[in-house]
Design a protein around this ligand. Structure first.
Ligand SMILES: Cc1cc2nc3c(=O)[nH]c(=O)nc-3n(C[C@H](O)[C@H](O)[C@H](O)COP(=O)(O)OP(=O)(O)OC[C@H]3O[C@@H](n4cnc5c(N)ncnc54)[C@H](O)[C@@H]3O)c2cc1C
Length: 461
């Protein structure tokens, strides 16, 4: 392996910002910078997903919400993304007998989350970036080391095997949850990094379209089969399919470890997800072929190395996927870092970004973990459903004071995650108090509700 002094893609004018990782956050960050006439070099270890379809992978989708949309709008690319979206204004619960119940997420259809294909989103963002004159993209370019002492980033070009160096100056590490840049930073600086892996894993499967190419369940819902310690979910794709994800413990009596063989797998689906099973003819084949994914939360005490390298998105703060916020939060990071870089010198902007963002990313990490129990278990509880309905009713009666926590996170980008967590906890106590002994909304004491809300929840600015 040889070491060259410069990158094959080093045609951008200095001072160049180098971004490692052309996933969702890295690409959006590059767009934001390039639109401000900042020259950007975006380097990705994989081949270009727009050319090499295999790297785009299976049809895997994500829930896009208001925070992500706000950042896409700030970057001027939402119009290109909008046609890819399918609105999901609520959850569709499936019980073991196949009966369904729709629970709206918000006040009306405008309060919706949106299913979007990860690869279509990534490819569209790359297309948008490619149109900008200040951006240089390099695929098959892997970061293989960061030398903080000599202030160098080592990159390897996959085609030639050559290793070349870039200056460790204005580098944004958007290299995902397993971030090699974060690992290098942790080794060089005395920083605490905690990677809390969940005891549960996930497996992505497909529910095909019908013979006419239509969805076999209502596409305008996020489908959930909550079963206590595990669950199945399904999000619609624009081609009539659903991407189905099974979340289950890795080990234990009901776990991935016990579903290796076809017979127990089918028996398990027959018992718990019969209505989905009958529409999934390739279940056993896909189950065997697809990997079982791991999920976790990354806590990293420092995101910036002297303003030379700064962590972005999952690299800084990966979270579990149960609030559908990892990408949304990463997009919000991009918009905030860009805002700060526009007005502050680099090191100060990086420090300001880290200190402004951390309380919020800590808050969404906590809420994402809490949401797992809600999705797989408590969502079935009549008391939970009463409290959800009451939350929406209180929002109608006391606008600006009471906004359900889920709505603050998903539909109100102007409310920071940390405020949603704090107000959500006050609201939770109020809901507990108001629903004690109540059976439905008509039995709620709204005079008491007004007194509690006005005393404990100041108007949101
Ligand atoms: C099962 C599951 C479901 C999810 N659902 C949702 C959802 O519904 N809504 C939501 O908002 N979020 C969701 N997320 C979270 C979301 O996927 C992530 O938060 C998001 O992808 C983070 O973007 P990123 O750019 O930081 O990282 P990534 O998207 O992981 O991108 C990192 C990029 O860096 C590249 N890279 C890595 N190492 C190197 C290297 N050494 N050199 C060069 N390049 C490198 C990778 O190839 C990749 O392209 C989900 C996550 C999972 C696991």
């Amino acid at each position: 392996m040889t070491e060259a002094q410069t990158s094959p893609a080093s045609t951008a004018r200095p001072p160049v910002v180098t971004i490692v990782g052309a996933g969702l956050a890295g690409t959006l960050m590059a767009i934001l910078l390039a639109r401000r006439d900042v020259p950007v070099l975006l380097l990705e270890r994989r081949p270009d997903p727009r050319i090499d379809a295999t790297t785009a992978g299976r049809s895997i989708n994500l829930a896009l919400a208001d925070r992500g949309i706000a950042a896409l709008k700030a970057a001027g690319v939402f119009a290109a993304i909008e046609p890819l979206l399918i609105a999901m204004p609520g959850r569709m619960l499936h019980d073991a007998a196949g009966a369904t119940q729709f629970l709206a997420y918000g006040q009306d259809e405008r309060e919706s989350i949106y299913s979007v294909s990860r690869s279509a989103l990534n490819c569209t963002l790359l297309d948008e970036l490619s149109r900008l004159p200040n951006a240089v993209l390099g695929f098959g370019q892997e970061c293989v080391g960061v030398d903080f002492g000599h202030r160098l980033v080592r990159m390897r070009d996959a085609a030639s095997g050559n290793v070349y160096r870039l200056p460790l100056e204005r580098v944004i590490a958007a290299d995902g949850a397993g971030s090699p840049c974060r690992h290098a930073m942790a080794a060089a600086y005395a920083i605490d990094v905690k990677e809390d892996l969940l005891a549960h894993g996930y497996k992505e499967l497909t529910l095909p379209a019908d013979a006419s190419g239509n969805h076999q369940f209502d596409p305008h819902a996020l489908h959930i089969w909550p079963r206590g310690n595990f669950m199945l979910i399904a999000l619609p794709n624009t081609d009539g399919t659903f991407t189905v994800t099974l979340f289950l413990p890795h080990e234990g009596p009901v776990s991935f470890a016990n579903l290796g063989e076809e017979r127990p797998l089918i028996a398990f689906f027959e018992e718990h997800f019969a209505d989905a099973l009958e529409l999934m003819p390739d279940l056993a084949e896909e189950f065997a072929a697809h990997p079982t994914g791991r999920m976790g939360t990354v806590y990293c005490s420092q995101w910036s190395a002297d303003g030379r390298l700064v962590l972005l998105g999952d690299a800084a703060h990966a979270i579990v996927p149960f609030h559908g916020q990892g990408m949304n939060c990463a997009f919000e990071d991009c918009a905030i870092l860009d805002e700060l870089l526009a007005v502050l010198p680099w090191p100060e902007a990086c420090d300001a970004y880290a200190s402004r963002r951390r309380p919020d990313t800590d808050a969404i990490a906590k809420m994402a973990l809490e949401n797992y129990r809600e999705m797989r278990d408590t969502v079935r509880d009549p008391k939970f459903q009463l409290q959800k309905a009451l939350s929406l009713e209180l929002e109608r009666r006391f606008p600006g004071r009471f906004i359900p926590r889920y709505s603050m996170v998903m539909f109100h980008h102007e409310i920071p995650y940390s405020v949603a967590l704090e107000r959500g906890s006050t609201q939770g106590a109020i809901l507990d108090e108001l629903t004690r002994g109540a059976t439905d909304l008509s039995t709620i004491d709204y005079t008491r509700a007004r007194a509690l809300i006005e005393a404990r929840l100041p108007l949101i600015a």
